[in-house]
Design a protein. Sequence first.
Length: 413
Amino acid sequence: MNEFAVIWEWLSLAARWVHIITAMAWIGSSFYFIALDLGLQKGPGLSEGADGEEWQVHGGGFYHIQKYLVAPKRMPDHLTWFKYESYATWLSGFVLMAIIYYAGADIFLIDPTVADLTSGQAILISIASLGLGWVIYDRLCKSAFGEDNTRLMLILYVVLVAMAWGYTQVFTGRAALLHLGAFTATIMSANVFFIIIPNQKIVVDDLINGRKPDPKYGKIAKQRSTHNNYLTLPIIFLMLANHYPLAFASEYNWLIASLVFLMGVTIRHYFNSKHARSGDPIWTWFATTLLFIAVMWLSTLGPKSADEGRHATMSAHEQRFTRAAHFEEVKELVQGRCIMCHAQEPGYDGFIVAPKDVKFETDAEIASQAREIYLHAGRSRAMPPPAVVRDGIELSARERQLLVKWYEAAVKQ
């Protein structure tokens, strides 16, 4: 058994699990506080310095919450900080990206027909782009241009569209959308780490030392928190999109991603308006629906790039598997049993594109998915799926063992 492949697969699952858990915690608390902030009401009996209050009921109990525009007169005995959810989400996401896209750069990150990069070059571009994104965003926010929040949001949208297009000129379609999500998530988490929490700490330090806190720190933090609120939903879409070829492998994947950011704005505008009791903007759902229809239409305008000539030259990693013992038998088996779904034009009813854009029509395509074939069809019975098995297409125990022998012979070379 190839222990490394099995352990690596479980590490990927563990990292994804942690990432989802921490993201749920971060998004949940973020949405809650935005709703709370928008729902605050002024009324008699507010504590001195309080800007508003909200009564809520949950779990059989009533909660009375007050918000101070700057800070209370003295430091509370117990103060809960909301920051670790953000840090853990970003760190676990970066670990997951390293496990899948950096360790598997030849398969998931690099497309030679888009940009002929080495693994090291692709990883360096990936990391540098995340850091550069934060620097550009932060400078814009701190400039005179950022004093008008509407104007700032418009230029930030232009930056996101430019990055969406730029990533598709460097990486695979799947990696491009994922990196756009990581680019945006880095900005959000850096907002918490570099701006929101430090500003809150300045206010706390002023309280401890008997100084009157400056309101500007709360204003700055509120601006960044508002940006995070509108960016959250598009990030979730982009993280899910790498499982759907119609989103990531279409000719206009960058434009699809750009429209998704607009949908994030329309959806959040509806809920923010409801929380603020400022109206019921039903029009946002019509706008969102029209944008989504446009996304679906764009996804049908063709694949991202022509498959002819793709993988014309195989990487050393792929050659390792095509030269390994049993490859010709494996090729015949895979193309005989799997190609009805995993082809440029799938023949199996219900598929208009290959699942996850995985194809087995060439030696290089089979070799590039060697580990997945080993884990999904050799070491487990995930493939073929039950519906295909019911149609009479199954792998025998001997055939599954052949896949195992092929993969393990290749990795021992």
